[in-house]
Design a protein around this ligand. Structure first.
Ligand SMILES: [Zn+2]
Length: 130
């Protein structure tokens, strides 16, 4: 029998995942809201994916987080800022589709340009031969 893995719902995209893929956000005393990477803090907590996509969704609509944590007061701007700073440390939004293709073709163009430059240098007619 496989071991039971706790499942949690991301409040941004509403999909259910194992706890390790989500970051716990906990209601701290006095209406503060903090990230809880250890998942061990006391207090009411909620979960968001460790991706910029889901975090920016939540930070763009803090009322959602406030509701999920059953807070009576809006989340202090400083706490939102702290979460925003945390998001900056996450890997960029899933490298899928267009973003990835754009990056790859950019790299290919750069590589081709380098090759051309080398060829041109080799074909320099002023280079003495023999
Ligand atoms: Zn999510």
């Amino acid at each position: 029998m496989p071991k039971h893995i706790p499942q949690r719902t991301c409040i941004a995209c509403r999909s259910v995942h194992s706890k390790r893929e989500l970051l716990r956000i906990v209601r701290a005393p006095e209406g503060h809201v903090v990230a809880d990477p250890t998942g061990k803090r006391n207090g009411r907590g909620t979960y968001v994916h460790k991706t910029r996509e889901c975090f920016e969704n939540v930070l763009g609509a803090p009322g959602k987080l406030q509701h999920a944590l059953n807070l009576q007061t809006p989340i202090p701007p400083a706490d939102l800022l702290a979460l925003q700073n945390l998001v900056e440390t996450f890997p960029a939004t899933n490298m899928s589709g267009n973003a990835m293709n754009a990056q790859l073709s950019g790299a290919r163009r750069a590589a081709r340009k380098t090759t051309q430059t080398i060829k041109q240098a080799g074909a320099d007619p002023n280079t003495p031969t023999g």
